[in-house]
Design a protein around this ligand. Structure first.
Ligand SMILES: [Zn+2]
Length: 419
């Protein structure tokens, strides 16, 4: 986000603030951004009224060639498409469970176009007659919105109640990781959030970034604002200290802890104490595993118990280890430098593992510790000469955040049954 963009976002914040409050008070009603008037409804650039659209998903055991033949596309055209698409977007890159649409002029003619959608923002058009292939990036609109919530059982549920889901929860937690302990949130804790939401054709399609956040608990009110200039970019507290932790909380997203670090674990089958010196995160095979901090790969290897595993050295004090991988990511080998959040491999079940998971081990001075209980040293604040500029951006972001009301704490009602 450049400075110029920051100003335009500030303007957008003002424009969308009404919308945000509206969402906060009435989370079930979606916000509909204004659309430019269009003469005819189009889909993938084709007139909706003059074409037939059939959308399929390739099953994992299905052959694309067979499916296209069955759709009435000649073998000759399929071979030509295969050849021509290699440099643009190969039809061999079609993945199972991703939608592709076959388009005809009428219900019984043979298709004149196939459209494949690799993600929410892109589609690829394969014109069968002209053999033209085009990758189309879809336009989406980013709106600045606000939300607030009160924790009654868990942060996750409170955020769901506030109409939020998925990665925005992770992003808020990451943005405030060094000032709030999200593993020990309590009933009555409250949060406020200013964030980006993306819309396509008036429908929300996902989240962008968190812009600012506040969290109120019994130790006070904590803030995090996104600040960026030519040299620095990140989340900072009100004094300009980074609020993002040096280490990610987990090496996976949306995972659940299936077994915690426990040096006194009593093994239910072997009937004796076998310490568990890692934290297990259960996830499907193939789920990406992230490096939790910048570092250098020390080991990318295999052992009987660990299966395929990676060990990263972060500095003189800390190393992390990721066990039971299905496979390593490209270029992950000894001596390679990795960044925080970089994919280093996929969840698997190699070595001694009863189900697909990653056993995450955190080493401090060569000994394994519980990373969820570590207090990492605070990061250095922004240099003094950057602070005046930071304060300007901080204050304009805070103004928006402060305009969002915290939810009303419910006053306890006396039970009427005792009357
Ligand atoms: Zn484990």
């Amino acid at each position: 986000m450049s400075k110029k963009e920051t100003y335009s976002i500030n303007l957008a914040i003002l424009l969308c603030l009404v919308v945000g409050v509206y969402i906060f008070t009435n989370p079930s009603k979606p916000h509909i951004p204004l659309l430019s008037p269009e003469t005819k409804p189009l889909k993938f650039g084709f007139d909706l009224g003059d074409n037939y659209f059939d959308t399929y998903k390739l099953a994992s055991d299905q052959n694309l060639g067979d499916l296209l033949l069955w759709q009435g596309i000649s073998w000759d055209s399929i071979i030509k498409l295969d050849k021509l698409s290699t440099d643009i977007f190969s039809i061999r890159k079609f993945r199972a469970n991703k939608p592709f649409t076959v388009i005809r002029k009428d219900s019984c003619s043979s298709p004149h176009c196939i459209v494949y959608e690799p993600n929410k923002y892109t589609y690829v058009k394969y014109h069968i007659d002209t053999l033209d292939i085009a990758v189309v990036e879809q336009q989406y609109e980013t709106c600045i919105e606000t939300a607030a919530g009160l924790i009654s059982s868990s942060l996750w549920l409170a955020m769901k109640d506030a109409g939020l889901a998925g990665n925005i929860i992770d992003k808020m937690e990451d943005a405030m990781a060094s000032s709030v302990d999200f593993h020990h949130t309590q009933k009555g804790d409250m949060f406020k959030l200013v964030f980006e939401r993306r819309y396509m054709d008036g429908k929300p399609i996902g989240y962008g970034e968190v812009i600012s956040a506040a969290f109120k608990n019994d130790s006070g009110e904590h803030f995090s604002v996104f600040y960026e200039n030519d040299k620095y970019a990140g989340f900072y507290d009100l004094e300009g200290r980074p609020t993002k932790s040096t280490f990610l909380r987990a090496p996976l997203k949306y995972s659940r802890i299936s077994s915690r670090y426990n040096p006194r674990r009593f093994h239910p089958i072997k009937k004796r104490r076998i310490p568990h010196l890692g934290t297990d995160y259960a996830a499907a095979i193939g789920t990406p595993i992230y490096a939790v901090a910048d570092g250098v790969i020390e080991i990318a290897g295999y052992s009987k118990n660990n299966g395929k595993y990676v060990k990263i050295r972060h500095n003189d004090i800390y190393q992390t280890q990721y066990l039971h991988m299905h496979r390593f990511a490209k270029n992950i080998r000894k001596g390679v430098r990795v960044k925080q959040g970089q994919v280093i491999g996929q969840v698997g079940q190699t070595g001694l593992a009863t189900g697909p998971h990653v056993c995450f081990r955190f080493w401090k001075y060569g000994r394994q510790v519980n990373h969820l209980k570590e207090n990492f040293p605070p990061k250095n604040p922004l240099p003094k000469d950057q602070l005046p500029d930071f304060y300007v951006q901080r204050d304009s972001l805070l103004k928006v955040l402060e305009a969002v009301p915290y939810p009303e704490v419910e006053t306890p009602l006396y039970s009427s049954l005792e009357k």
